[in-house]
Write a protein that binds this ligand. Structure first.
Ligand code: ADP
Length: 190
């Protein structure tokens, strides 16, 4: 399967993406994780991305698109993948369309995790304590939410027109949410 996970920062995408990808035997590809790994290793890509990430802004599309294209060329992504955190802009949607076309592939579903804004801020502040992410301060969280609403939320309509959107309630226990997502995907696979 070829899947996209969308949802506002803190919706629990990363947690769910890992579990769902494993169940489907496909790699979970998180652009945020790849950026963080590069920042950690101090690569040129990491140095470039860090400035944006620390401010809650998106990394420029050309940088992100090139990184995803390279990742999709790895053998484990040939039969399917779950993209977590990509695409996030209109340009990234167009670029992904091109990458899929070039590989003679198409998307099966776009899962949108829905959650309440207040719940999200609480989760992210909690994560700041447990994971120590540099972009989990209250100001940066607010900025990430704004950027999501401006640049990424409109993509839901783009994919809805293609009949790919599956909205799943992201509130509740992790296992409950996983069950909802897997049920939604079962319906797709049939
Ligand atoms: P969250 O969904 O919790 O905001 P992510 O781990 O997905 O966090 O992303 C962290 C940061 O990495 C983003 O705020 C952004 O700076 C950068 N990033 C991740 N994915 C993309 C993308 N597709 N396009 C541009 N920037 C991205």
């Amino acid at each position: 399967m070829r899947l996209i996970f969308m949802g506002p920062p803190g919706a629990g995408k990363g947690t769910q993406a890992a579990v769902v990808a494993e169940r489907h035997g496909i790699p979970a590809i998180s652009t945020g994780d790849i950026f963080r790994a590069n920042v950690g290793q101090g690569t040129p890509l990491g140095l470039e991305a860090k400035r944006y990430m620390d401010a809650g802004e998106y990394v420029p599309d050309e940088v992100t698109n090139r990184m995803v294209a390279d990742r999709l060329d790895e053998p484990d992504a040939e039969k399917g993948f779950l993209l977590d955190g990509y695409p996030r802009t209109v340009d990234q949607v167009a670029q992904l369309d091109g990458m899929l076309q070039a590989r003679d592939a198409s998307l099966d579903a776009v899962v949108v995790l829905t959650v309440d804004q207040d719940e999200i801020v609480q989760r992210l502040l909690q994560r700041a304590v447990t994971e120590g992410r540099a972009d989990d301060t209250e100001d940066v969280i607010r900025r990430r939410q704004e950027v999501y609403l401006e640049q990424t939320a409109p993509l839901i309509d783009v994919y809805r027109e293609r009949g790919l959107i599956h909205e799943v309630d992201g509130l509740g226990e992790v296992a409950e949410v996983t069950a909802r997502i897997l049920a939604a995907l079962d319906a797709v696979a049939r």
